[in-house]
Ligand binder design. Structure first.
Ligand code: NI
Length: 194
């Protein structure tokens, strides 16, 4: 067993979250063997489905994420997948179409907001073994990658919102949902939690 350490997740207000993170270079390779398992353990412990290195105070272009069965739309590019490691990622929209979806963020606990994201993207980068990857993603898969990519550029999801009336505490949305007055899907889909 590799040793894994759950690290503290830093929250909105910490200036590290607003930096453009640095590219992962060969000199970082050794440190990644501890950072990556720690990121996965930290994400799991927090109940999230995505985490970017800046969220644990490491300003490197590195993310982990997964597409749980409960979130996947099963469309082309959005099948469930286990933990993915993505290093030095880039993406291009595969369509100009955006769609609104509810997101949460482990650095903004307790809140959810409705965020426009490209419906389809193609992303590139390197996996945890250093192998180049190029992947088409849609739906939730595309959303979580865009959310985590933003963390590498110092952007948090509220920055992307176009209607701040669709931003609030999940507890309040839950109460409203129980009374059938909540924005549809906010609880059912749970937010991206990245
Ligand atoms: Ni996040």
């Amino acid at each position: 067993m590799e040793s894994m350490e759950i690290r503290p997740i830093i929250r909105m207000g910490n200036p590290i979250l607003r930096l453009k993170a640095n590219a992962v270079e060969p000199e970082h390779t050794d440190s990644l063997t501890t950072i990556i398992p720690d990121m996965i353990a930290t994400m799991r412990d927090a109940g999230g489905v995505g985490l970017a290195a800046p969220q644990i105070g490491i300003s490197l272009r590195l993310m982990v994420f997964e597409v749980p069965v409960s979130r996947a739309t099963n469309l082309d590019g959005d099948k469930p997948c286990g933990i993915q490691v993505l290093i030095n990622p880039n993406f291009n929209p595969a369509t100009s179409d955006k769609e609104l979806g509810w997101e949460g963020c482990l650095s903004i606990p307790g809140l959810r907001g409705e965020v426009p994201r490209y419906k389809e993207i193609t992303y590139t980068g390197f996996n945890g073994e250093g192998t180049p990857i190029e992947t088409f993603a849609s739906g939730f898969h595309a959303r979580v990658v865009q959310h985590e990519m933003d963390h590498l550029d110092g952007i948090l999801y509220p920055d992307r919102m176009i209607d701040l009336t669709r931003f609030g505490y999940v507890e309040e949305f839950t109460k409203m949902q129980e009374q059938s007055r909540s924005p549809d899907g906010v609880i059912k889909n749970g937010g991206a939690n990245g």
